[in-house]
Design a protein around this ligand. Structure first.
Ligand code: SAM
Length: 258
């Protein structure tokens, strides 16, 4: 009997080989790569990753899918090319599951936890080298295509080079979701934009405060976190007194924070 899909877990399975390939291509998955996959579902993307010779660790929250994956991939599991874990991806200890080698994070993610997944895997110590997520199209656009910045776009760009790779229409999934999707690539993931942990923390504090009250000028929003010398800081990093948060690029936010 076919598995009853759980909407609450974002279970829209990708059925198109061309788009599964496009996801693996975006991450440039090659023989010997270590890949962490979130939400393997019935294993469509897992199969593509394994076909390219990657070592895959697949973390799936729905216990009903574990035996299905274990039967489909008996050989790969025996050969230790695939590890299937029943867990919530937001709670995994990344180093414990992928080991110490560099790894790529590749997933057709459950959309209800997009922000939380980006936050965990980009900001934790054990970052991936490359992150490729299939996500809701509008969210990928907001991160990588729109001229106006947002808390989300800045929080992702701070850690790597973003690229909107490809639109994936809703019809490529079963069941079809209510929205179109897109492949987002974050390449060269690192913390090189931050001088240290305090700078990283201050960056988020400043960005959140800056976008705090939409009607207020950026300068006013930042007074509580930057103190009285806010005008001087604006001059130092070359931001106009009348600037709006969405028009200030990443480099200037980094400058304001440290
Ligand atoms: N990878 C499959 C594909 O491309 O067809 C399935 C993708 S489906 C959009 C999302 C998958 O993530 C589902 O299998 C769902 O059970 C799983 N999932 C949902 N929440 C999760 C979580 N917190 N941690 C790990 N997996 C989760």
């Amino acid at each position: 009997m076919a598995l009853q899909k759980k909407k609450s877990l974002g279970q829209n399975f990708l059925k198109s080989t061309a788009y599964l390939r496009a996801i693996a291509d975006a991450a440039d998955v090659k023989e010997g790569d270590v890949v962490l996959e979130i939400g393997p579902g019935e294993g469509a993307l897992t199969e593509e990753l394994l076909a390219r010779g990657a070592y895959v660790v697949a973390v799936e929250k729905d216990h009903r899918l574990i035996p299905i994956l274990e039967v489909t991939f008996t050989k790969e599991i025996r050969e230790k090319r695939l590890t299937v874990l029943e867990a919530d991806a937001l709670e995994v200890d990344t180093e414990a599951v992928v080991g110490k080698k560099p790894y790529k994070l590749v997933a057709n993610i459950p959309y209800y936890i997009t922000g939380a997944l980006l936050k965990k895997f980009l900001s934790e110590e054990r970052q991936p080298q490359t992150l490729v997520f299939l996500m809701q199209k509008e969210v990928a656009e907001r991160i990588a295509r729109e001229k106006k910045e947002s808390i989300l776009s800045l929080s992702v760009k701070a850690y790597g080079d973003v690229k909107y790779v490809k639109t994936v229409p809703r019809g490529a999934f079963a069941p079809a979701p209510n929205v179109d999707s897109a492949i987002l690539l974050v390449a060269n993931v690192s913390k090189k934009n931050f001088k240290n942990a305090a700078h990283e923390e201050k960056f988020f504090e400043v960005v959140k405060a800056g976008f705090g009250q939409k009607r207020k000028l950026l300068k006013r929003n930042l007074e509580p976190v930057l103190g009285k010398d806010v005008a001087e800081r604006f001059r130092d990093v070359d931001i106009s007194d009348t600037a709006r948060a969405e028009d200030v690029p990443l480099e200037k936010w980094l400058g304001l924070a440290g």
